[in-house]
Design a protein around this ligand. Structure first.
Ligand SMILES: C[S@@+](CC[C@H](N)C(=O)[O-])C[C@H]1O[C@@H](n2cnc3c(N)ncnc32)[C@H](O)[C@@H]1O
Length: 256
């Protein structure tokens, strides 16, 4: 496994409840609203790259079966601990690589993937006819001013935006009614420590493909002078502004 796997194994959970920030969401697209509208008590749902299960436990409606997977053993361990505390009954966590899925063919009604990588062909295979993929991703222009100052970060050197790559792969896999929605969010971090906590916990300033070539920096080291400059230029009455760019995709498997 590569450094991305080690990064998530070290982090162990996807819980941001201790970081203080406010947000304005400028795009009306919520993957969990779409999930709740489309899932029934008879649905089988798969959550790919589930992290510590924080969102699947809180946001998924009750269905017949929910399988939630992650390639990080540590994340799955945390997810099972969170599951015990939650008392939810119909969720199972399992270690699985999204790029090497071993779920049954024509089985799930809904596949959810939030902020994780996907293989559209494998998702298509595991979905039933009329099944639905609901995806949300972090796009190339996410935190772009910050990434430009640091001259690095998630997707910083990609020639095509990840949203376009996912969108085209989903079309090529055979999905129908594919819709790509840009999501624009303004986040305001209360203090420098809150922003720093976010940057240390997420791969915003990491480009996993580059880490091994990086000579001076540790895996998740943040240069303080650059961060101070960003904060100076982006401090507002509501806090330190970070402009987020996500994207949503909904797609259907319709076999004629
Ligand atoms: C940014 S977190 C998102 C967690 C969760 N989906 C959420 O939105 O709360 C990304 C998760 O995807 C997992 N991940 C990354 N690449 C993966 C892969 N190839 N296969 C399975 N999981 C992967 C990581 O271990 C991590 O837990």
């Amino acid at each position: 496994m590569g450094t991305e796997h080690d990064f998530y194994n070290n982090i162990k959970n996807w819980d941001f409840s201790k970081i203080q920030y406010e947000k304005d969401t400028l795009t009306d697209w919520d993957m969990y609203d779409i999930l709740r509208k489309n899932a029934t008590s008879n649905s089988r749902a798969l959550d790919l790259g589930t992290g510590g299960g924080e969102n699947v436990i809180k946001k998924f409606p009750d269905c017949l079966e929910i399988l939630a997977t992650d390639f990080s053993e540590e994340m799955v361990k945390t997810a099972n601990e969170n599951l015990v505390k939650s008392k939810r009954k119909n969720i199972t966590f399992k270690v699985m690589d999204n790029l090497n899925m071993n779920t049954p063919d024509d089985y799930f009604d809904i596949v959810v993937a939030r902020h994780t990588c996907i293989d559209a062909k494998q998702i298509y295979k595991t979905l039933k006819n009329n099944g639905m993929l609901i995806l949300r991703g972090v796009d190339k222009l996410d935190c772009w001013q910050l990434k430009r100052m640091f001259k690095r970060g998630q997707a910083y050197n990609d020639s095509l935006p990840i949203s376009l790559i996912d969108y085209e792969n989903i079309l090529d896999a055979g999905f129908k009614e594919v819709e790509l929605v840009p999501i624009h969010v303004r986040e305001y971090y209360k203090t420098k420590e809150d922003l720093l906590a976010l940057l240390l916990k997420t791969p915003i300033l990491n480009d996993f493909s580059e880490i091994e070539e990086n000579t001076n920096l540790g895996d998740n080291e943040i240069e303080p002078d650059i961060l101070d400059r960003y904060i100076k230029e982006n401090t507002t009455e509501k806090g330190i502004l970070l402009i987020r760019r996500y994207y949503g995709i909904v797609a259907k498997k319709t076999v004629i």
